[in-house]
Ligand binder design. Structure first.
Ligand SMILES: C[S@@+](CC[C@H](N)C(=O)[O-])C[C@H]1O[C@@H](n2cnc3c(N)ncnc32)[C@H](O)[C@@H]1O
Length: 256
């Protein structure tokens, strides 16, 4: 419990320091994935965006017919950033695993690229199920790891080196299991991938130089299966330095 509390405090601080990058970074600001999540919530009137970061999902929802959009994050700096950039948002500082809202309060909950920071994803889903009115929609998107446990462990090792607040990226099937256990019905699953430029990915979390070196070493020792699965692209033909790779992403639409 204490470990989780400390971890969450560190996550809030780290993201607070990185708020500008998350607000301006093109990787999160737009994309077909964002449009899909918003489209899944098109019938909503009261939406909650959990771990809103730079507020891109919440802001997009507010631009549609959703009349009330709450932008919620553990980091007060992120909440400020989101509500400064996008009009019409109500900002709230929250822990995703203990949502300070009455039951049945929302008809849509979104959460994009954040659940890998939550120490207890099942607790998060239970809270989502509680605050969603019957028939309400969860639109969830996160990174996902390959089913192979060795590759999954490798990816999580890299992510933790980059961001000590990274808890774990899970596979599609692990999420499916938790959703079912929570009593949410999966209506749609969409799998995709994102190409990440390694330097920009490290810049976003302001990774210090010695840590960057370590990450680069781990990347250059990556198993061939990961190189294939993640479509590694090198800066030059000598394959000395990795320029970018594709990471798995999964989107779920589930109903309460
Ligand atoms: C990558 S950013 C989210 C990006 C954003 N959803 C978007 O689509 O642009 C991850 C966010 O998760 C937030 N976060 C991490 N742990 C959290 C928790 N337990 N509860 C709420 N927010 C959390 C961080 O503060 C950070 O703003």
């Amino acid at each position: 419990m204490t470990n989780d509390t400390d971890r969450k405090r560190d996550v809030a601080t780290a993201f607070g320091d990185a708020a500008d990058g998350y607000r301006d970074g093109a990787v999160l600001k737009e994309g077909a994935d964002l449009e899909r999540l918003v489209d899944w919530c098109s019938d909503a009137t009261r939406a909650l965006d959990v771990a809103t970061g730079g507020g891109h999902v919440a802001g997009s929802l507010a631009e549609t017919d959703v009349s009330r959009v709450v932008a919620a994050d553990l980091s007060p700096a992120m909440v400020r950033t989101a509500t400064d950039v996008y009009d019409g948002l109500e900002g709230v500082v929250v822990d995703a695993e203990r949502l300070p809202f009455a039951s049945d309060r929302f008809d849509a909950v979104t959460c994009r690229f954040a659940a890998h920071h939550f120490p207890d994803p099942a607790a998060f889903l239970a809270e989502v199920e509680r605050v969603l009115a019957p028939g309400g929609v969860l639109a969830l998107e996160d990174l996902c790891v390959p089913a192979d446990p060795e590759l999954a462990a490798y990816v999580n090792r890299l992510e933790r080196l980059r961001d000590p607040g990274h808890v774990e990226t899970y596979s599609r099937d692990r999420w499916r299991g938790w959703l079912a256990e929570t009593g949410l019905t999966v209506d749609a699953v969409h799998e995709t991938s994102r190409r990440l430029e390694v330097d920009a990915w490290l810049d976003r979390m302001d990774v210090p130089t010695d840590r960057r070196r370590e990450i680069r070493t781990v990347l250059s020792d990556a198993p061939a299966a990961l190189e294939d699965a993640f479509a590694f692209r090198f800066e030059s033909a000598d394959r000395e330095r990795l320029a970018s790779y594709r990471t798995g992403v999964v989107l779920f639409r589930a109903s309460a």
